[in-house]
Design a protein around this ligand. Structure first.
Ligand SMILES: [Mg+2]
Length: 423
């Protein structure tokens, strides 16, 4: 906020901007998990609220703007967050609930265009080219989405409107919270070039350092750098990609299908765990959670990966591809159990376990495999029933028997998987 300089901003203030040729919207929920919690506990309104792991190794998944005012950020260790903002109300994540709200929010997006590409639970790209004639210009459609989300779910979102996904994403970040910002076609370079190079997709800390050593600080520097210099620093492929982005160009539009390459979840234990029963229980929970996310995204997955991080931080992964795509928790867990069993870890202390599913395809387009037999399809039915129960009664109502108490002595810290952290 306040960092958008002279750029026209359309928001509650209603400053007009030329959005012709800007059919791409990036919609990003504001402090999604925290906002959802505040919405169902109105007494928390305006207060510092942090959602994340509450144990000693917990990390912040989401922080209300009041908490951010004290410097609390997503992915920060919870211990640090508590130091910065001791008065904050800290809540453990209720992921099934957020998945349900996310599904509803994505439906709002699909009410204006079928071209919706979710980027995570709380953000998506929309291509509204086909909706303009009926619903008005892109910024008007953006405002419509914003008001529908707020009406239905009592939470706010921010919208970037631009000619490419990258620019739309930058714009939504710059008008947060509860804003809308247009990057007009003839204002792209004016918007983009002063930004630090870290704003470019694919530039992490290491790349930024390497380019910094060559004197590049801003996107403008990257745009004007000779390609040979860029290639020498980051390789041919990345150089070409950065050069295009730095000039506001981008290949590929909004892809409504196979949006995410993988879906998964992981857990960091509060203390290292060496009891195979506790590990199995956690793997089952993660398989169920991954399956729920697949179903929420309307996806099936084929390749199941288990990730194990040991006490010394070394990490191993093992994968297996299922005969047929699935989004059933028990089917995913059965592969997970085989993969974990084959590792023969005995009582090796484990710090983190993760489950991930790749090879995604849209659930509707994938024929149901009748050859699988009644047991598997029965599991799918059971999962749908769980989804419905969760929708009606909230999380924790229905769980597979092995998730029912006794609770593990060491309860896991719930942390959103990397890439799922909402901003
Ligand atoms: Mg967000």
């Amino acid at each position: 906020m306040g960092r958008s300089g002279q750029l026209p901003r359309i928001g509650p203030a209603g400053t007009p901007a030329d959005d012709s040729g800007c059919p791409i919207l990036h919609v990003d929920m504001d402090a999604f998990f925290a906002s959802v919690e505040v919405r169902r506990r109105p007494e928390l309104s305006g207060k510092a609220v942090i959602v994340g792991g509450i144990g000693p190794r917990g990390v912040v998944s989401s922080a209300s703007y009041a908490a951010r005012g004290h410097g609390v950020r997503s992915a920060m260790p919870m211990s640090r967050a508590r130091q910065l903002c001791p008065q904050a109300v800290v809540l453990p994540p209720d992921l099934p609930h957020y998945v349900e709200i996310s599904r509803g929010v994505m439906d709002v997006f699909r009410s204006v265009t079928p071209l919706v590409q979710p980027r995570s639970l709380d953000e998506a790209f929309l291509d509204v080219s086909g909706a303009v004639r009926l619903m008005g210009n892109p910024a008007t459609i953006g405002q419509l989405v914003r008001s529908r989300v707020t009406e239905r779910y009592g939470i706010t979102c921010s919208v970037g409107v631009a000619s490419t996904k990258f620019l739309a994403k930058l714009a939504s970040t710059r008008c947060k919270p509860d804003g809308l910002l247009v990057v007009p076609r003839d204002g792209v370079l004016e918007f983009l070039h002063p930004l630090p190079i870290g704003a470019l997709w694919g530039v992490g800390e290491r790349t930024a350092d390497r380019l910094g050593q060559l004197g590049m600080r801003t996107v403008r520097d990257v745009a004007h750098a000779p390609l040979t210099v860029l290639r020498g620093a980051v390789g041919r492929t990345v150089a070409a990609h950065l050069h295009e982005l730095a000039w506001g160009r981008e290949a590929g539009g909004v892809l409504p299908e196979s949006v995410e390459k993988s879906i998964g979840a992981d857990e960091t234990f509060e203390v290292d765990v060496d009891d195979p029963r506790l590990i199995h229980r956690e793997l089952l929970r993660l398989a169920e959670r991954t399956a729920a996310r697949l179903r929420a995204a309307g996806q099936l997955g084929r390749t199941v990966t288990v990730r194990i991080r040991f006490a010394d931080f070394t990490t191993i992964t093992r994968s297996r591809t299922a005969a047929v795509p699935t989004n059933a928790g028990q089917e995913i867990y059965s592969i997970v159990r085989q993969l974990y069993g084959a590792l023969r870890l005995g009582r090796t202390p484990i710090r983190l376990v993760g489950v991930r599913v790749e090879g995604l395809s849209a659930a509707q387009g994938t024929p149901e495999q009748l050859a699988l037999g009644s047991r598997e399809s029965g599991w799918r039915e059971a999962d749908r029933a769980v989804d419905r129960a969760v929708t009606r009664f909230g999380a924790g109502v229905v769980r597979p028997a092995a998730l029912v108490p006794p609770r593990p002595a060491s309860r896991p810290v719930r942390g959103a998987a990397a890439g799922d952290l909402p901003s």
